[in-house]
Ligand binder design. Structure first.
Ligand SMILES: Nc1nc2c(ncn2[C@@H]2O[C@H](COP(=O)(O)OP(=O)(O)OP(=O)(O)O)[C@@H](O)[C@H]2O)c(=O)[nH]1
Ligand SMILES: [Mg+2]
Length: 297
């Protein structure tokens, strides 16, 4: 029996959350095509061949522009020193950028921790492009304990990653029960489901300006439970966009979120969504803390 903690890090949008969901065959982390989707560290636990792999999905590491961004990058960087092995993920379809080099610099600070480089999205690369990518990695980033090429989206190459990580797991340990696949509390998953629907249906600044909070849950022994959830945006104009013409967009968001939440909970619910404006909330520490985002000191 072996087990270990594995941090999955990289710049935003390289595919970290998609891979973690595929590994644990459950949706623990929301995914979107917008950079900056994940805001907190999330554990996804996989038991396979007597090994327990505890993957930690992290927010994309970037140079923060506000307090929320600071929380996101700090969460990812902090975990680097607490794990048995680091998986540093690149988007194989893109040239290695200053963004990747910024992540690399943080990864190198965890000097003694083994490092696996992961080239993701290989479903979009042919053999020649992949060969060039290997050369680029060596030239720009140097050597790693292992290099793995895969496609998280299409589950290509996942066994290779598990084999590459195996030597870094600790003998004789198991941290979590077999049926546990995440440490996310159910209420957190519910707010993330709502946020994901908004991410998928809005553009530009809106996805980044949205925060979700459950403000009230009414349990009813002989009826449907009722959830009141606030959607915070930063400006009045954003409120109008999220609500949509005659409330159409908010209704769509609500219907889709309710269905997902009902599947999660295994019961029918009432879901009421309220859109509220909190000016510049991403820059305001007390409110961020209220939402559960943590800060050092
Ligand atoms: N073609 C292809 N697309 C992928 C793959 N993995 C992820 N994607 C896409 O890349 C985008 C970003 O995926 P996420 O999993 O949200 O990326 P992330 O690294 O968690 O992003 P942040 O949370 O913003 O840091 C989505 O549109 C995914 O569908 C892959 O293996 N191949
Ligand atoms: Mg993510």
């Amino acid at each position: 029996m072996k087990a270990g903690f594995i941090a999955v890090v990289g710049r935003p949008n390289v595919g970290k959350s998609t891979l973690i969901n595929k590994m644990v065959a459950e949706k623990v982390a929301i995914v979107s095509d917008k950079a900056g989707t994940t805001r907190d560290n999330i554990k996804g636990i996989l038991n396979f061949n007597d090994n327990q792999y505890i993957f930690i999905d992290t927010p994309g590491i970037h140079k923060p522009k506000h307090l929320l961004g600071e929380h996101m990058t700090n969460s990812a960087v902090k975990v680097l020193k607490e794990v048995d092995v680091i998986v540093f993920m690149l988007d194989g379809t893109q040239e290695i950028s200053t963004g990747d080099e910024f992540v690399m610099a943080r990864v190198m600070e965890a000097r003694k921790t083994p490092k696996v480089l992961l080239i993701n999205k290989i479903d979009k690369l042919d053999d020649e492009e992949l060969a060039l990518k290997r050369i680029e990695v060596k030239e720009k980033l140097g050597d790693f304990d292992a290099i793995v090429e895969l496609s998280g989206l299409y589950s290509i190459g996942i066994p290779k990653l598990l084999t590459a990580l195996d030597p870094f797991l600790e003998e004789g340990i198991k941290y979590y029960p077999d049926d546990m696949y995440t440490d996310m509390p159910i209420y957190r998953i519910i707010t993330e489901v709502v946020r994901e629907k908004i991410l998928h249906k809005t553009r530009e600044e809106i996805p980044h300006s949205v925060a979700i909070e459950i403000v009230n849950v009414e349990r009813r022994s002989n009826g449907k439970d009722k959830f009141d959830i606030n959607i915070y945006v930063e400006r009045d104009s954003q409120k109008g966009i999220v609500i949509g013409k005659n409330g159409a967009l908010l209704k769509e968001i609500g219907t889709e979120a309710r269905k997902d939440i009902e599947t999660l909970l295994g019961q029918s619910i009432y879901l009421n969504l309220w859109v509220k404006v909190k000016d510049d909330w991403r820059k305001k520490k007390p409110f961020l803390k209220e939402l559960g985002y943590t800060f050092e000191g």
